[in-house]
Structure formats: C-alpha cells, structure tokens
Design a protein around this ligand. Structure first.
Ligand code: NDP
Ligand code: 8X3
Length: 254
C-alpha cells in the first residue's frame, strides 16, 4: 500500500483515526477529512513526522454537498488519483423509539450516514473508473443487518449503506474496482458518547461486561481488505467482540 492515496472521511476519532495510523504506517499517503480543523492538523503533523508520509488535510462536513464538491475539485496532482475511499464519517443519536425520537437528530444521521457517503462515492468513483483502479470501503454496521431496540433510524441508515455497497458493486462489476462493506459490532470509540449526547457514564456503561473492539481493531480489518490481492474482493466483513453474538445489543454477554 506504499504511496497509495487513501481518502478517509471522519478521520479525527475512532475507526477513521485508526485507519489513518494503520495506512500511514504502511507508507500510504492520506487525505484526512474531518470537521475539527485543529484535530485534523494535529493528526497530519503526527503522521508525517512518525511515518514520513504525506498528508493532505481537507476540513469539511460530509453533509454539505457544496463543500464536498469544492474539496474534491481542489485536489491537485497525485492527490486526484485516490486509490481507496474509506467512507467512515457517521454517527448515532439516542436510543429512542421510532415514534418518540427527535426528527432533527434523525435528519443529521440520515444526512451524514447516507447522503454524505453517497456524495463522496458519486464524486470519487468516476476518477477511479477512468484510471481502472480503486476501492470504495464503506463503514456499515452489524446494525444494518437487523434493527435492534432503540436503534431504528440508525439501523436504517446502515441498512442503506449495505444496499448502496451492494448496488455499487453490481454497477462496477465489469471494472477492476472493488467495493467492501465493513460491518462492525461494538467498538469503543466516541460513538457511544455521541449516542448518549455527551453522557460519558452512560457510554461507558454500554460496554460493561464485554471487551469491545477498538478503532484500531477495525482498522486492521479494513487494511486487510484494502491490501488483498487485486482479484480478491471482500464484499462484506462482519466483525464483533467475542462476547457479542448478534446486532441486538440486549443479546450481549453481561
Ligand atoms: P467516532 O465518533 O469515534 O468517530 C466518528 C468520526 O466521524 C469523527 O471523526 C467525527 O468527527 C466524524 N464525523 C461525524 N459526522 C461528520 C460529518 N458530518 N462530516 C465529517 N466527519 C464527521 O465513531 P466511530 O469511529 O465508532 O464511527 C466511525 C464509523 O463507524 C461510523 O460510520 C459509525 O456508524 C461506524 N460504526 C461504529 C461502531 C461502533 O460501535 N463504534 C460499530 C459499527 C459501525 P466529529 O468529531 O467532528 O463529529
Ligand atoms: C454500531 C453498532 O450495535 O453499537 O454501528 O449500534 S451498535
């Protein structure tokens, strides 16, 4: 993966940050997207110093279509030739029932997890097709396989990621491009802190009695898919902690 160009959305935390470190450690050059400029620049300087690779920071919100278009059309030289797009930016809010939740929070989830991912894919994939090379890696979820209590809208967004991944794979079947849907189970990142609207205690409680995955664990799996020989397409990878059995959070070992 040396000198490959890897574009990671939502790279300032968790799985995205883990991917930035993993790919950088293997000599890839990274386009780091995030909304928090300070964190993006901090990570850029750390990765460049530690691994001697190049990092291009692109600060934008994936929900803002004009910002996505502007960011992608600003790419110059080697940065245009993206080898791997990791559509990672995503989030969940709350554990509300579908007849009780907050419509505005649901819009944010839908706009980020579905619309943002789709804009990125729509704008990055044509260049890959032209170059005859590329890999789109979507971060779906075990939550996309079946709904669980309190997860209705989030699960729906991840079911959409599965459908979009499958659809894109079909649309690209006569090209050398690959599409992978990574479906993690419980990963301890900032994800649950966001889910519980900043309540760290509730977020920590969510992982009590289980050893969750880390962002780095998932990044290893993503790297495995990206670095597989060109004729191997890992279409989907379901990865969960040893003591998680299904996507239904109430089924975890306590
Ligand atoms: P984190 O909250 O740790 O990281 C999410 C990252 O996405 C942050 O860098 C965040 O930046 C960024 N982000 C959120 N919204 C936007 C946006 N609109 N534009 C750009 N960046 C954005 O969570 P994870 O690392 O766990 O989540 C990464 C992905 O993995 C998500 O798609 C999530 O749904 C998925 N996932 C997570 C699981 C888990 O258990 N943690 C399990 C299965 C899937 P900011 O700080 O600015 O919000
Ligand atoms: C995150 C997995 O089960 O915590 O996508 O919602 S779960």
């Amino acid at each position: 993966m040396k000198n490959r160009i890897i574009f990671i959305t939502g790279s300032t935390s968790g799985i995205g940050e883990g991917c930035a470190r993993k790919f950088a450690s293997k000599g890839s050059d990274i386009i780091l997207n995030g909304r928090n400029e300070e964190k993006v620049l901090q990570l850029k300087s750390e990765l460049e110093k530690k691994y001697g690779i190049e990092v291009l920071p692109l600060v934008f919100d994936v929900r803002d279509r004009n910002a996505v278009i502007e960011a992608l059309s600003s790419l110059k030289g080697k940065w245009k030739a993206i080898d791997v797009l990791i559509n990672n930016a995503g989030l969940v809010f709350g554990v509300d029932k579908e007849f009780q939740g907050d419509l505005d929070e649901w819009d944010v989830m839908i706009d980020t997890n579905i619309r943002g991912l789709l804009s990125m894919t729509r704008l990055v994939t044509p260049g890959m097709v032209e170059r005859g090379r590329g890999h789109i890696i979507n971060i779906g979820s075990i939550a996309g396989d079946a709904a669980y209590p309190g997860g209705s809208v989030y699960c729906a967004t991840k079911a959409a990621v599965k459908a979009l991944s499958d659809g894109l794979r079909i649309d690209l079947v006569d090209t050398p491009l690959r599409v992978t849907n990574i479906k993690p189970g419980m990963v301890e990142t900032n994800f649950s802190v966001v889910r519980f609207r900043g309540d760290k205690v509730k977020a920590d409680n969510f992982y009590k009695g289980i050893k969750p995955l880390t962002g780095d664990d998932v990044a290893e799996t993503i790297y495995f898919a990206a670095s597989a020989p060109a004729h191997i397409q890992l279409a989907e990878i379901l990865i969960m902690p040893t003591n998680q059995a299904t996507g239904t959070i109430s089924y975890k070992k306590t």
